[in-house]
Design a protein around this ligand. Structure first.
Ligand code: GLU
Length: 473
């Protein structure tokens, strides 16, 4: 809670849920069950710092819903971690998975540390200890609860987790499925790293391809030429900027906590990233203008604004000054319910987090399936498809007497590899989810915004699955 935010993050998720629940037919008891966090595990454990001092670490794992197993959701390392935040994020995971038809309950974990203040060795000790605490309480496992990266964590931490888990569970053949977002060599899947950013791109592209929606926003159809502002240059923000730029949009501003930069002709995220690495800051990037404070970027005139960092950055205070026509919530919970009200009045279309940033968990699902099947995607069919396609081309050439050019032949014959299959599965998931939510929204003129429509869709799916289990006849 803060001056701008008079209630907690979890409460703000509950408020959005309640707003949507009115548009469903479910009894209060069912809605209460869906909303509640089923299990909250708060732990404290000691770690010996490199200087010899002992520090007590505070950490959490929350399982919001067991309507499907396993639970799924990332682990964040941040100074700001607290029980309420982890509960809110775990709840969002339940709704997110339901919307994109990923068969998991929601979960989330957090360790209250600033990873920048710890050595790699200390981080490894903390991650491994956290994992063994989860094992002790049966809070992790391929069929129980499957963590993944989140703010402040990545493939390295996931490798420590799977290694700790596997060593405590000798002979468990599916041990690799206890966590996702792993390095490829440890059972990861190709395409997971860029998945959240790519999912955001696919989702927004689908919205931008809807002529009636674009007309309402006063924009032309398609991504090409759109001006984009990205807040956050972590994994998600970086890949958002990359995919929008590669598809013809102009990323006019990038913001990080040290400040923001602006260039009306567009920025290249790879160059900005390299500059930040070399100088320690995105500021003073050649050819661009520095913005005084990073939050100024959120108020720039642009077509698409992508908050890709932390929660509550657009709230009742600054939302009236936001000039974007579309907001794509790449982060979890970047806009508060007050901001939603203001967007509705101003006609700003806010494409909600719990479906738009579902690319990460969608590809995590593909990774988990790969771990359970113990085979790389494409391994069985790639050659077979190539041989079949070659036969078809040969037949066509014989029948028509014309030959297909080499480059074209290569393109047609080509069998899909793991990354292409993952991207294609993600594209299908995001397009379907976008259309489903839009259909819910359009089917009831009383539904005020896309977030509410997304919640309606999620609540209906979770409630139906409870009802089908016979829990709520
Ligand atoms: N941390 C990501 C999220 O918030 C990914 C979760 C996962 O892959 O389980 O969606």
């Amino acid at each position: 809670m803060s001056a701008q935010q008079p209630y907690s993050f979890f409460h703000s998720v509950e408020r959005s849920f309640d707003k949507a629940a009115k548009f469903t037919k479910w009894d209060l008891g069912i809605l209460e069950q869906i909303k509640a966090c089923n299990s909250v595990y708060q732990m404290r454990f000691p770690v010996k710092r490199d200087d010899g001092n002992i520090e007590v670490i505070e950490a959490y794992r929350v399982q919001h819903s067991h309507h499907k197993a396993p639970c799924k959701g990332g682990i964040r390392f941040s100074d700001e971690v607290n029980q309420d935040e982890v509960m809110a994020l775990a709840s969002l995971m339940t709704y997110k998975c339901a919307i994109v038809n990923v068969p998991f309950g929601g979960g989330k974990g957090g360790i209250k540390i600033n990873p920048k203040k710890y050595s790699e060795y200390e981080l490894e000790k903390i991650t491994r200890r956290y994992t063994s605490e989860l094992v002790k309480k049966n809070f992790i496992g391929p069929g129980i609860d499957v963590p993944a990266p989140d703010y402040g964590t990545g493939a390295r931490e996931m490798a420590w987790i799977v290694d700790t888990y596997a060593s405590l569970k000798p002979g468990e053949i599916d041990a690799a499925g206890c966590v996702t977002g792993k390095p490829i060599t440890q059972g990861g899947v190709r395409g997971r790293t860029e998945a959240t950013g790519l999912g955001v791109f696919y989702g927004i592209r689908e919205v931008c391809n809807m002529p009636e929606v674009m007309k309402k926003q006063g924009l032309s159809v398609g991504i090409e030429g759109k001006t984009v502002v990205v807040q956050g240059m972590g994994n998600v923000g970086f890949y958002c900027a990359k995919f929008f730029r590669e598809h013809g949009a102009k990323v006019i501003s990038i913001a990080e906590y040290e400040g923001a930069i602006f260039n009306a002709n567009g920025l290249n995220e790879e160059e900005v990233f390299a500059h930040r690495k070399a100088t320690g800051s995105i500021l003073n990037f050649p050819g661009s203008e520095n913005l005084k404070i990073n939050t100024d970027a959120l108020e720039l005139e642009c077509d698409i604004l992508i908050p890709a960092a932390l929660e509550n950055v657009i709230n009742g205070q600054n939302a009236p000054r936001v000039k974007a026509k579309i907001i794509g919530e790449a982060a979890n919970g970047p806009c508060t319910p007050e901001a939603d009200e203001i967007f509705a009045q101003k006609g700003i279309l806010c494409v909600p987090d719990m479906y738009l940033n579902a690319g990460g968990v969608t590809v995590s699902y593909f990774e988990w399936l790969k771990n359970l099947s113990h085979v790389r995607y494409g391994r069985m069919e790639k050659r077979f498809n190539e041989n079949m396609n070659m036969q078809i081309i040969k037949q066509m050439e014989d029948l028509t007497g014309k030959s297909v050019g080499d480059a074209q032949k290569k393109q047609i014959v080509h069998g899909a590899d793991e990354q292409e299959l993952v991207h294609s599965g993600l594209e299908e998931t995001m397009i379907t989810a976008t259309r489903e939510i839009m259909d819910v929204w359009m089917s009831n003129p009383e539904i005020p915004d896309m977030r509410t429509a997304a919640y309606v869709s999620a609540i209906n799916k979770v409630a139906t699955s409870y009802a089908e289990l016979g829990i709520f006849p």
